[in-house]
Design a protein around this ligand. Structure first.
Ligand SMILES: C[S@@+](CC[C@H](N)C(=O)[O-])C[C@H]1O[C@@H](n2cnc3c(N)ncnc32)[C@H](O)[C@@H]1O
Length: 403
């Protein structure tokens, strides 16, 4: 669907205000290690995506360039950031000055970006933008991603999904109604915080589930930038993964997964995975990093395509070499009981650091043999399948080791 002139004009006026807002109050969050190139491309590899050489990276709405700077240390490829806020662009430019030969920051409204000028990229980030932008900008972002993603490329888009996202959008709408638009920024933020306290207090008298959810949502509003750039943003809305899938599909891109594994990742093709994500998000939705890939998104995920695996789990029990079952726990909480000795051996090996897949297979089988245990028939396929399940459960992550 294209924009009408009126809708386009309203979006441009909104974008100009957005630029003023970000010029006045810088948004500088920390880069997220979860979005490191080795993780994003590693996840893409599960679905057959992957760069030919050193990945080229585009960040749409790059802000102060924190993620792009982090990516700069992880690739020798081209780095392009775009933002409408001139002060954000100046900050990004300064941050990336050490990479001036291959980094470019473009100050522009997304509505004016031309894919032919931007180029083609292996990884595209769009974080903190899509769900707070008017409809013409949302459509333009998705069109740019579709056009600028190389075959085998992956895009990470952040958004609120599902029921929890709807609740958050509703909460934001109420916050906006509760603050006085004419007041100074400080006063508006105070009014928003006061309102959130009030909501949390009131909700304790109602349904305990709702109270817990409200408290959980309210707790994430502690910082001024989130309140300012999200809660007070009239265009903030929850999005469905299927909407993004539908926009990207004609460009040959499809939904792969969230950065966190999700239980529908075993489904193919990508359109059905996106439906699975919506169903999951209806109950458990929230802030997502959706990963979309070009040309790789139609197939079954295959652990065999992964170059390396890492784990957050470590073995709990002492005693014999292969107790069955054996507890593996993550430092931050949670864990699994592992029955299959081959998987135990693999986790023990991965626990010492990221492990290339081929070496992992050999090392795990070697440990079994040393312990006098039989390596099962079809060990490779068995281990690949179990690692995929562990990834879905959050216990293992696919990594890309670089070109
Ligand atoms: C919440 S910040 C996120 C910045 C960065 N991606 C990060 O995660 O730190 C959103 C950024 O998107 C930019 N932005 C919003 N609407 C835009 C538009 N229409 N064109 C270009 N940039 C836009 C803002 O200027 C701001 O820097």
């Amino acid at each position: 669907m294209t924009s009408s002139d009126g809708e386009d004009q309203a979006a441009r006026a909104f974008n100009a205000k957005t630029a003023e807002r970000y010029d006045a109050t810088a948004y500088v969050s920390a880069a997220d290690p979860m979005l490191d190139l080795e993780r994003v491309i590693g996840l893409g590899a599960l679905y057959g995506c992957g760069p030919d050489g050193a990945p080229d990276v585009l960040d749409i709405g790059c802000g102060a360039g924190v993620q792009l700077e982090r990516a700069a240390g992880q690739t020798t490829g081209v780095l392009v950031g775009t933002d409408i806020s001139r002060s954000a662009c100046a900050a990004a430019q300064a941050r990336l000055s050490a990479y001036a030969g291959r980094a470019r920051i473009i100050a522009s409204d997304i509505l004016d970006l031309d894919p032919a000028v931007l180029g083609r990229f292996d990884v595209i980030y769009c974080v903190g933008v899509l769900y707070v932008a008017p409809a013409p900008v949302r459509r333009r972002i998705l069109a740019l991603i579709g056009a600028c993603l190389k075959p085998g490329g992956v895009a990470v888009i952040s958004y609120y999904a599902g029921g929890m996202g709807l609740m958050r959008a509703e909460l934001n709408r109420m916050i906006r109604a509760a603050v006085e638009p004419g007041q100074s920024l400080e006063v508006r933020l105070d009014q928003a915080r006061f309102f959130l306290n009030d909501v949390a207090g009131q909700s304790k008298r109602g349904d305990p589930g709702l109270a817990a959810q409200t408290a959980q949502q309210s707790a994430t509003y502690t910082d001024g930038p989130t309140l300012l750039h999200e809660a007070l943003c009239e265009e903030m809305r929850a999005l469905h993964t299927t909407e993004l899938q539908a926009a990207l599909e004609p460009e040959g891109a499809g939904f792969l997964s969230y950065m966190h594994g999700m239980p529908y990742a075993g489904i193919a093709p990508s359109s059905r995975r996106a439906v699975g994500a919506d169903i999951f998000d209806f109950m458990w939705g929230g802030y997502r990093y959706g990963v979309f890939g070009k040309s790789g998104g139609q197939g079954e995920p295959s652990a065999a395509m992964v170059q390396a695996w890492t784990t957050v789990l470590s073995r709990q029990a002492g005693g014999p070499a292969f107790p069955i079952p054996s507890e593996y726990r993550a430092a931050g909480g949670g864990g699994v009981r592992v029955v299959q000795p081959l998987v135990q051996a693999a986790l023990d090996v991965m626990g010492r650091g990221a492990m290339p897949r081929a070496r992992l297979h050999a090392a795990a089988a070697g440990r079994l043999t040393e312990a006098g245990l039989v390596v099962p028939d079809g060990a490779e396929a068995l281990l690949d399948g179990e690692l995929l399940k562990l990834w879905l459960a959050g216990g293992a992550s696919p990594l890309w080791l670089g070109a």
